[in-house]
Ligand binder design. Structure first.
Ligand code: FAD
Length: 449
């Protein structure tokens, strides 16, 4: 039998895996993961930990059927070519990567492999791959609702029946995984089995999803994002289990696909304002920016819900979606710091950090994105806290300085008759004044020059 290489990247699983199926149909399979410093080094501790735990889980699953995962560290174009040579492989199989870095990397690997050893892409991390759903004019959708309609009409395949026990696994020399960095984050369990278990648990409880998914501090959403990010589960597996009553969850999965298609069409959206005029907003710079940004990152802004959310991120590598919207709006519109700063901090720490979903959600909140929330809709962090954390449990959980403040008063510690509890800061900005100056700047932006 010929030998092929299955190069795992954002698809760290063995089930519902079209590329693995294609590799196994062609021959015996060497399962490879390349630790690429360009992606590894910028990742923060929780991201590195979660990736290593996901790789260990994949290795354990592989060892039930064969010799285990081959890990190599280095530049993919060199490493993949070297593994092909050592294994005498006739092809390298991948799930297609539509991110700007991944796509360019795959072109380099394709060149390095030459014509005799094809890099074969089968499937992608999406139910419908970017570029497939377009407007009647063949353009990428800029508005979500028509995209999601066309996406649902396009439909997707049933989960692929890849069966690791039917594969003949082969091995070549492997390196040890790097030592796991020390970190305090309480991460979700990694790996395909954990993903499937979490998904089954969610299916049993999902009747609360529509009513409770905006409530901070309640685990009423699926918790699938880290697993989708690293491909421990495929979105098709999720979609296959959903029925007519699950429209809102299906719609959330569609947002992920909408943003992936958008980044594929406009890769500059990862760094630049999609509406370039927003670069002209009056942002703070220098020491003022430094002080404000540090307070935001560390959860010391004096706005309890913002601080709880930023500390949740550091403690768990995750943050509730509602909280992500609140802290993003606060950074851009209250603290007057450009979205790219916040997006970078998120990408360092989020275990589900995904360039398309992250950057485009940041642009959406900041007003410069696709289908954008209007800039003038500025979140009031106190009201958001009172509405979505009405008893204050979420804040008390993450901000111990406020643990003794009862009920919803925890959202307004500056009004307590005893004063702001010791160790907790006064608000670093005046929300009302910042809101007004943001709206003035927005009006100016819209006035023709
Ligand atoms: P559920 O509500 O159970 O949703 C199911 C799945 O749908 C999610 O796992 C996710 O894949 C997808 N989804 C849900 N909401 C969105 C959305 N708004 N945009 C795109 N996909 C969505 N999500 C990421 O996966 N990675 C990111 O880096 C990321 N950064 C974000 C940054 C900001 C500023 C904001 C406002 C949102 C961001 N999101 C990101 C979207 C969203 O917050 C998370 O997907 C969600 O909190 C994950 O929790 P869940 O899996 O329980 O979601």
């Amino acid at each position: 039998m010929p030998t092929t290489v299955m190069w795992f990247r954002r698809d760290l699983r063995l089930g519902d895996h079209p590329a693995l199926l294609a590799a196994a149909e062609q021959g015996d399979v060497v399962p490879l993961f390349v630790l690429d410093d360009a992606l590894w080094t910028p990742a923060g501790v929780p991201r590195q930990q979660f990736l290593l735990q996901s790789l260990r889980a994949l290795d354990t699953d592989l060892r039930e059927h064969g010799p285990g995962l081959v890990v190599r560290r280095g530049r993919p174009e060199e490493v993949v070519a070297a593994v092909v040579e050592e294994a005498g492989a006739c092809a390298v199989h991948i799930s297609e990567d539509f991110g700007p870095y991944g796509h360019a990397r795959d072109d380099r690997v394709r060149d390095a492999l030459g014509e005799d050893v094809p890099l074969v892409a089968t499937g992608s991390p999406y139910a419908v791959s970017p570029g497939r759903v377009t407007t009647q004019q063949g353009e990428t959708y800029k508005v979500f609702t028509p995209f999601s309609r066309a996406w649902a009409e396009h439909g997707w395949r049933a989960p692929a029946e890849s069966d690791p026990s039917q594969v003949t696994w082969r091995s070549v020399r492997s390196e040890d995984l790097p030592k796991e960095p020390q970190g305090d984050a309480d991460l979700p369990e990694a790996g395909e089995e954990a993903a499937l278990q979490r998904w089954r648990d969610f299916l049993d409880e999902r009747e609360h999803y529509d009513d409770e998914r905006d409530q901070l501090g309640k685990q009423s959403t699926s918790g699938m994002s880290p697993y989708l990010r690293w491909g421990a589960i495929h979105p098709r597996t999720l979609l296959a289990d959903l029925g007519p009553d699950d429209a809102s969850l299906r719609s959330e999965i569609a947002w992920r696909e909408f943003y992936a298609a958008a980044l594929w069409a406009w890769p500059h959206a990862a760094r630049e304002y999609l509406k370039p005029e927003y670069a002209r907003m009056p942002y703070v710079t220098g020491n003022k920016r430094k002080a404000r940004f540090e307070a935001w990152c560390e959860g010391r802004t004096g706005f309890p819900v913002v601080d709880a959310a930023m500390r949740e991120l550091l403690a768990t590598g995750l943050m509730h979606n509602r909280a992500r919207m609140v802290v993003a709006s606060f950074l851009v519109k209250d603290l007057k710091i450009e979205w790219t700063w916040g997006a970078r901090h998120f990408m360092r720490h989020l275990v589900d950090g995904d360039l398309a979903s992250n950057q485009l959600n940041w642009q959406w909140v900041g007003g410069s994105g696709l289908d954008a929330a209007p800039y003038f809709r500025i979140f009031n962090p106190t009201k958001q806290g009172e509405k979505f954390d009405p008893d204050g449990h979420y804040v008390r959980r993450w901000v111990p300085e406020l643990a003794d403040v009862e009920g919803r008063a925890v959202h307004t510690p500056w009004t307590l008759s005893t004063g702001v509890p010791e160790g907790y800061p006064e608000p670093i900005v005046d929300h009302k004044a910042e809101r007004e100056s943001a709206l003035e700047a927005y009006q100016e932006l819209r006035t023709p020059r």
